[in-house]
Design a protein around this ligand. Structure first.
Ligand code: NI
Length: 185
C-alpha cells in the first residue's frame, strides 16, 4: 500500500470521464488499497480513483465515525439504479477542493449497483452520509464536482480562488502565505 498524491482543482484531469474496469484483478485491488490508505491519511470519507490521477471507475468510502472500527467499502463501476424523490442537504467538501465546504442538496436515498472487491455484482441501498458520499464519488467518475451544483457566481468564485492559489505556489515556491490543503479547522 502507498499514499499517493491527490490532485486538486484546477487540475483538468478532475474533469475526465473515467473508464469502466473490465475485470477486478490484483491490479485493481492494489489500486483500492492505495486509495484507502490515501483517503485515511488525508483524512476523508470517500475517494474516487481520478483523485489520485487514475482514470478508472473505482471508489472507496468509509463513513465510520472517528472512534468506531473502520468499515471500508469498495465500489467498482458503480451505477445509481434508483434515487428517492425526497432530498436532503449535507455540507460537502472534497479532498480535491481543500478547505472549501458548501451545503449541497441531493436525493436522500439511492440504490447503487457495483462490483465488489472480489468482482461480484452487488446492490446496496444507502441513506444519510453514505448516500451523499456515493453520489459525490460517482460524480467524480463522470468529471463532475460538487461545486457544479452551486450558483454560477459561487462556483466561479471558488474556481478563481483555487486557480490563484495554484498560480501563487507555482510562481513562488517559498511563498509562506497560507495555502489550500491543510486539515479542516
Ligand atoms: Ni470529492
Amino acid at each position: 500500500m502507498a499514499i499517493r498524491p491527490i490532485i486538486c482543482l484546477p487540475d483538468p484531469r478532475l474533469r475526465l470521464v473515467s473508464k469502466p474496469v473490465a475485470k477486478v484483478d490484483e491490479g485493481v485491488r492494489a489500486l483500492m488499497d492505495d486509495m484507502l490508505e490515501t483517503m485515511y491519511d488525508a483524512p476523508g470519507v470517500g475517494l474516487a480513483a481520478i483523485q489520485i490521477a487514475e482514470s478508472t471507475r473505482v471508489v472507496v468510502i468509509d463513513t465510520a465515525k472517528k472512534d468506531d472500527p473502520p468499515t471500508p467499502l469498495f465500489f467498482v463501476n458503480p451505477v445509481i439504479t434508483w434515487s428517492s424523490e425526497e432530498k436532503s442537504t449535507h455540507e460537502e467538501g472534497c479532498l480535491s477542493i481543500p478547505d472549501y465546504y458548501e451545503e449541497i442538496e441531493r436525493p436522500a436515498r439511492v440504490r447503487v449497483r457495483f462490483l465488489d472487491r472480489d468482482g461480484n455484482q452487488q446492490e446496496m441501498d444507502t441513506e444519510g452520509l453514505l448516500a451523499t458520499c456515493i453520489q459525490h464519488e460517482i460524480d467524480h467518475l463522470n468529471g463532475v464536482l460538487f461545486i457544479d451544483y452551486l450558483s454560477r457566481l459561487k462556483r466561479e468564485r471558488a474556481i478563481k480562488k483555487f486557480a490563484k492559489a495554484a498560480k501563487r505556489s507555482a510562481d513562488d515556491p517559498d511563498d509562506d502565505r497560507p495555502k489550500m490543503g491543510g486539515p479542516r479547522e
